[in-house]
Design a protein around this ligand. Structure first.
Ligand code: ACK
Length: 941
């Protein structure tokens, strides 16, 4: 083949539009499409690879390398890059764009023509000039084309460009060379891009995070501390984690704007004149309160206008105030025993409410200037100073004297002025002396209680253990009420208030009452008699109406009795232990056989209690059997029986061939279809639904506590209430003293031990995440403390790779902070059933619709869900981030998913998608769509 022929194969590249594929989180170390001068790459031998540089329409060079010795045998042509400085990279990505010619399309080359080439690298600390030793190079991969091109394609002038990316690393030398080995293919290498990923500089929560290079090991994250932006200060240490793909994850902590600064678009700006901010925090600057001002920028407080003040304890948010004007309308009322002074409040309170009055007494002689302060002889009721009412009574006057009373009004800022305070004065003369008796006047501020008409009573009650977080209440017009539905043996707190024509009274003091199993109970009438005008109420507790519920074995005085109530005793001669499969808290776990009474042999797992146990251990060990024995559900591990009358003590349960779910998934990473995984999740949800219907809260749902049998049926195991947590290696002590598997547990259960089926729902969401990520550790290697913090701040685990959005939405639903908003297990089961019946629904983003129990999809087998009504072409294009083509699709008449599923690549080009990357993305989504429409039941990720 002549050079001319070769070039004819490859010149068409010049027509290729280069779409830059760099992203914010890539640092490019080499990009042949942007090198303006000579590339200077070396070829060995000289006549192997050809470097061909053409100019594009902007007169910029396009460097390509081509080789096409397909007719000659034993080719070994090398092309070596320049030395590439690695900068901060620990691992680099090499993106190659090339075309490879299909050997079938070239006549007479069947023995010699190849369709691959090899990519190599060599790490060195410096450039080696022209020296090149292939033996120093390490092979990265053999590169083949996804799409090779044939003569016909050329005739159509359609060029199939392949893009392949390979990872190289870890690398530790200063730089590296790349080398391309051709062994007889027809290749044109159009561009080579070498880059590494970094988490780019970012601002989050008013903290800046520097460019950070991820760890080489893709499963671990780099923890990065942020620095507060200018005029901001730390609240909780701001942190982000840099993930392997250069994405920032899990924002924790934050900075807040300092005093005098407010947040705007991620920065802190000084408050404008006339505004202030007195506290650090994410609040805005406020306008200065009345009678205050700030001249400069960044004010922490506003200063008071002249003649206005702030008292020592006044907050900076309060208006500036001034002393009050004097009291008005002073009058007196003298009877034969005492003097009563009365006045009206000042017309100007100075803007405050802390008004008091002082009464100053002067006793004067006949001349006005012969006044002196009254001594101790007068009595003031209630007192002379610090009066809050506008009246005072004065007694014990001397006969024939003139008294002047000055009444001054004061408030919190009166101290701030030292000029004479405004007073109101009155002069009183007496003409009679001696001892007086007096009668107490009635206090106008303590009027007789007014009788109001009772409208009804409201009784509020809640379980003492749950504090006041959730309570029930009932109203009654009658002065007694019967409250039903109380749980037996539970302590309740009652409190009562009255509604009168004037509104509600305050709640009465709390009254505690513990229900028994059966008795009716009357609360002693005297209890509420203090709560006038409330008549006594009577309470009557009735037992909880019942479906079958779980019985806590701890309520049995003799735990052995509980075991025998719920578990069969097995004759140990019927058990054959075969091998040890693991270690439990109390002893070994073995597999073996159990001869049933029908003489059949079944596979069982046998948990043993090791010798030398103390009674408490025996009781704890058997507690699990007492619990398990109460359950009968296909998704709960089945108890066959116990051996308690001989040694060793054993618990015999059904055998689960695939062991625990977490290790099973890790062993089979990526092996299952989404539908298979959803099937497992459905089983778990159904098991927990059964438990919650029984009133049992598991408290330790986690993939490690789910067992899997040979049919991939998942069953919930590990029962034992608090004991379970003691024995779980994941459980950590919390500040409240409990031991809790933090990563799996709902926040309210961690912080105040509020365990419920809703906290089980949270854990179930974590199990979903474990399943969809094939046993990845929730929150990776973050510390427990950071997990708690990040949950508190609203962070939730992202969707695992390949996990359909609807499933992640279900997880997020389980991780609602407000526990009443989490889904009920019965709804989870029916939701997952819908997905299983209609695998195509996994594709769509309409979680709320699918979750709605009233929406049923394809109830009868064979009926295919009509999701077309749920999803538009627009939704579909949005979901693959190709929204810009909406109008092109519609204009060309592709308005339903069905019609899109029929489209070919030519159709996609014809409607105006020119960029090759976009064509690829759309076509690949169309292929998925088509697959889903065709194989409703064989859906693979
Ligand atoms: O992950 P695994 O193989 O599954 O290792 C643990 C080990 O015993 C200690 O608990 C396995 N195991 C527990 N119960 C059963 C069971 N019913 N069937 C099979 N394996 C079980 C568990």
């Amino acid at each position: 083949m002549t050079l001319g022929e070769k070039l004819c194969l490859v010149f068409l590249f010049l027509r290729i539009v280069f779409t830059p594929s760099s992203h914010g989180n890539q640092v490019v170390l080499l990009d042949t499409t942007s090198v303006l001068g000579e590339l200077g790459w070396k070829t060995y031998p000289m006549n192997g690879w050809d470097a061909i540089t053409e100019m594009d329409e902007h007169n910029r060079p396009i460097h390509t390398f081509q080789v096409c010795h397909v007719m000659e045998p034993n080719q070994n042509n090398w092309l070596r890059s320049n030395w590439i400085f690695r900068q901060a990279a620990q691992k680099v990505y090499v993106e190659l764009r090339f075309t490879l010619r299909d050997c079938n399309s070239i006549p007479w080359v069947s023995g010699t023509c190849k369709e691959t080439f090899n990519l190599f690298y060599y790490e060195t600390d410096e450039s080696h000039g022209v020296k090149f030793k292939p033996s120093q190079y390490t092979k990265i991969d053999t590169i083949a084309a996804d799409e090779s091109f044939t003569q016909m394609d050329l005739g159509d002038r359609i060029l199939k460009l392949n893009t392949e990316v390979r990872e190289v690393g870890p690398i530790s030398r200063k730089g590296l060379y790349l080398a391309f080995q051709d062994i007889g293919a027809c290749i044109a290498l159009v561009s080579v891009r070498v880059y590494y990923k970094k988490c780019p500089f970012t601002l989050r929560n008013l903290a800046s995070f520097p460019d950070t290079v991820p760890r080489v090991d893709s499963s671990s994250l780099v923890e990065v501390r942020g620095a507060c932006v200018e005029h901001a200060e730390e609240r909780d240490t701001p942190k982000l984690y840099c993930g392997a793909d250069g994405d920032w994850l899990v924002p924790l902590g934050k900075c807040v704007c300092s005093v005098g600064y407010e947040e705007m678009d991620g920065a802190c700006f000084a408050c404008r004149p006339g505004f202030y901010k007195a506290f650090a925090g994410n609040i805005k600057c406020s306008k200065c309160p009345p009678h205050s001002f700030s001249y400069g920028e960044g004010a922490a407080v506003c200063h008071c206008e002249k003649a206005f003040y702030r008292a020592e304890r006044d907050p900076p948010t309060m208006a500036c105030t001034r002393p009050p004007s004097p009291p008005r309308n002073v009058v007196f009322n003298l009877n034969d025993t005492c003097l009563q002074l009365e006045w009206s409040p000042p017309s100007d309170m100075g803007g405050r409410r802390d008004l008091t009055y002082n009464v100053l007494c002067k006793r004067c002689g006949p001349e006005p200037d012969q006044c002196q302060l009254c001594g101790e002889e007068l009595r003031f009721v209630p007192r002379p100073q610090g009066l809050t009412n506008t009246t005072v009574t004065v007694m014990d006057f001397s006969a024939h004297a003139n008294y002047t009373f000055e009444i001054e009004s004061l408030n919190g800022v009166s101290k701030m002025i030292n000029y004479p305070r405004p007073v109101a004065a009155i002069t009183v003369s007496t003409d009679q002396g001696g001892e007086y008796t007096y009668t107490l006047t009635s206090d106008p501020h303590n009027p007789e209680p007014i009788s109001l008409l009772v409208v009804d009573y409201e009784v509020k009650y809640y379980e003492k253990e749950h504090e006041e977080l959730s309570y029930s209440s009932t109203r009654t017009k009658a002065p007694s009420v019967i409250i039903t539905g109380l749980k037996p043996s539970t302590c309740y707190v009652f409190s009562l208030r009255t509604r009168t024509s004037a509104g509600h009274s305050a709640y009465s003091p709390k009254y505690e009452y513990e229900t028994t199993d059966d008795s009716e109970y009357l609360i002693p009438p005297s209890l509420y008699q203090r709560q006038n005008p409330v008549s006594p109420l009577f309470f009557s507790a009735l037992p909880y109406p019942g479906v079958k519920t779980y019985v806590d074995p701890d309520t049995y005085e003799d735990p052995t009795q509980a075991v025998h109530e719920f578990a069969k005793e097995i004759d140990p001669t019927r058990i054959r232990i075969e091998r040890v499969i693991g270690a439990g808290e109390f002893g070994e776990v073995c597999s073996g056989r159990l001869r049933t009474l029908g003489k059949r042999e079944i596979a069982v797992a046998i948990k043993t209690l090791k010798g030398g146990y103390v009674e408490r251990q025996r009781r704890d060990f058997l507690r699990e059997a007492s619990i398990m024995g109460q359950f009968d559900d296909p998704n709960i591990i089945r108890l066959e029986g116990v051996v308690t009358r001989s040694r060793p003590v054993m618990i015999v349960v059904e055998y689960m061939e695939n062991g625990s779910l977490d290790s099973f998934l890790r062993k089979h990473d990526g092996h299952f279809t989404v539908i298979q995984l959803v099937g497992m999740l459905r089983g778990i949800a159904s098991g927990v639904r059964y438990l919650s219907d029984m009133g049992y809260v598991h408290r330790d749902l986690a993939a490690r506590n789910i067992l899997v049998n040979s049919n991939l049926v998942c069953k919930v195991s590990d029962f034992g209430l608090s004991r379970v947590l003691e024995d779980d290696p994941e459980a950590a002590y919390t500040t409240t003293g409990g031991k809790i598997p933090i990563r799996w547990t709902a926040p309210e259960a961690i912080s105040y031990r509020k365990f419920s089926s809703a906290s089980d729902a949270w854990s179930y969401g974590i199990v979903m995440w474990e399943v969809m990520s094939y046993g990845e550790r929730p929150y990776w290697e973050m510390s427990n403390q950071d997990v708690i913090l990040s949950i508190e701040e609203g962070y939730r685990l992202p969707a695992p790779m390949g996990c359909p959005v609807v499933l992640h939405q279900l997880m997020l639903h389980c991780w609602q902070k407000e526990r009443s908003q989490r889904p009920k297990f019965t709804d989870v089961v029916s939701f997952l059933d819908k997905l299983i019946r209609n695998p195509s629904s996994l594709l769509f983003l309409l979680y709320s619709l699918l979750f709605d129990p009233s929406v049923s999809l394809a109830e009868s087998p064979g009926e295919v869900v009509d999701y077309h009504m749920f999803i538009s072409i627009g939704d579909w294009l949005d979901s693959i981030k190709m929204s810009q083509y909406k109008s092109s699709f519609v204009a060309a008449g592709f308005s339903t998913l069905d019609s899109v599923a029929q489209m070919s690549i030519e159709d996609v080009r014809r409607i105006g998608v020119v960029l090759i990357g976009h064509q690829r993305r759309i076509v690949s989504s169309i292929q998925t769509l088509r697959l889903q429409l065709l194989h409703e039941n064989g859906f693979h990720v």
